[in-house]
Ligand binder design. Structure first.
Ligand code: RNT
Ligand code: ZN
Length: 417
């Protein structure tokens, strides 16, 4: 598409939307304000630099062995920079504690410090990025089936120390970059089979969290992520949805909603308005479960569009933190970022372009045929011409043009790894 075509298509789309009372320029402005937090772990299948050849544990799995996985900090950064250059807008990067700049030394989880992440902060500054952070409880000899909920106090203490240190690192990131860092706490703690001491484990988890959050980190937005189950941990998950919802509401932190962490027909979108009445902000993990929490690359599907609609219609864009969370090792990993990020932006743009005034009017008047008809019509309005214009004005490849760019990166860089 030529620049002229993109601009002409946008002009036509703008008129078409104006007919139904929608301002495309305003929608683009709102879209521009949405920063996605790119999860660093798609670059290397959640290996990190602490023990990159170790097994991924904690009930999560990256399947596939597509060549070109990032093997060190330079490669992770190069891949993130490449992905960023193909995604319009200003974004963030989310790091896990195992991605520290450890200089080839083994630094155990209860020893990590802001210094191990200083080069990430400098990199973020140089690349106009903000950072978010995650404590890492998986892939470690001390984590087994349980960490913060473990019945052994010395194990709990180790993970409490790790998580406090992780929050301090996030605090330093937030301070230096002038934007509060989201710290997401997810632990896999659970069991494979029938569990008779559920109350004890949850009480342990709660006590550990109380100790962790007693440390004040003014530049951090704290979040905790629930889960339904992990592989090998099918019968019990200490940090269930009810557990963290209760904890978040009582303690004023965010609940993280991962789209893969609920029953297969349960959708995250319907939780937004319920949660936001009781917590200030929400953290999202945008993901795509296929039959289970499989963390497939995010695409523009109903789960995503309905989630975006709900957030936009609730007027809650500034109360939601948009983390991506998927890891597919079976295809070009930079491509995975670009597809998932663009799909997320498209979902939000569609929502921002929905004829909400007319839809609300129909609903208030109990005109349900008209409401459904309008919702259906909105699906095929020329929103993609608006998105193409967004890419064009941000100087990134429009429509399918990013494919050739990624193929070139694969030829020039990834294939040499
Ligand atoms: C696992 C959780 C968690 C992880 C990342 C790596 O089921 O979704 O968020 O995916 O922290
Ligand atoms: Zn997640």
């Amino acid at each position: 598409m030529t620049a002229k075509q993109i601009e002409q298509n946008y002009a036509a789309a703008r008129e078409r939307y104006a007919e139904i009372g929608v301002d495309t320029d305003a929608a683009l402005k709102s879209l521009d304000a949405i920063s996605l937090s790119l999860h660093c772990w798609q670059t290397d299948d959640v290996r990190g630099f602490e023990n990159p050849d170790g097994e991924l544990s904690g009930g999560i799995q990256a399947t596939g062995n597509y060549p070109g996985r990032a093997r060190n900090i330079e490669e992770v950064r190069a891949d993130l920079e490449k992905a960023k250059s193909l995604i319009p807008g200003r974004h963030r990067v989310s790091l896990h504690a195992i991605y520290g700049d450890f200089g080839g030394k083994f630094v155990d989880r209860d020893q990590i410090e802001p210094a191990h992440f200083q080069s990430w902060i400098d990199w973020a500054k140089a690349n106009d990025l903000k950072l978010d952070f995650n404590s890492t409880s998986f892939s470690h000899p001390k984590s087994g089936d349980m960490s913060l909920a473990h019945r052994d106090k010395s194990i709990r203490d180790f993970w409490i120390e790790h998580t406090i240190r992780s929050r301090r690192i996030a605090d330093e990131m937030g301070r230096q970059l002038g934007s509060k860092a989201c710290h997401n706490l997810w632990v896999h703690d659970g069991s494979k089979d029938i569990t008779v001491d559920r109350y004890l484990y949850r009480q342990n988890l709660k006590d550990s969290l109380d100790k962790i959050f007693a440390v004040k980190c003014p530049n951090v937005k704290d979040a905790a992520e629930c889960k339904l189950f992990g592989t090998g941990l099918e019968s019990f998950t200490a940090g269930s949805h009810e557990f963290y919802m209760g904890y978040a509401v009582k303690n004023g932190i965010m609940a993280t909603m991962d789209m893969g962490h609920f029953h297969p027909t349960e959708e995250v979108y319907d939780k937004i308005s319920a949660l936001l009445l009781f917590t200030n902000e929400i953290m999202l993990h945008v993901s795509r479960p296929v039959r289970w929490d499989s963390d497939h690359v995010v695409i523009l599907n109903d789960s995503l569009t309905m989630l975006a609609q709900e957030i936009v219609w609730a007027g809650a864009l500034d109360r939601v933190n948009f983390g991506l969370d998927y890891f597919d090792a079976s295809l070009n990993r930079i491509g995975a970022y670009v597809i998932g990020s663009r799909a997320t932006q498209k979902a939000f743009l569609q929502a921002l372009l929905s004829p909400i005034a007319k839809l609300r009017e129909a609903e208030a008047g109990e005109h349900y045929f008209e409401r459904l008809a309008l919702l259906e019509e909105a699906k095929s309005l020329p929103w993609n011409d608006v998105y193409n214009y967004f890419c064009h004005t941000h100087g990134v490849p429009v429509a399918q043009d990013y494919i050739a760019d990624i193929q070139k990166y694969e030829r020039d860089v990834l294939s040499k790894r």
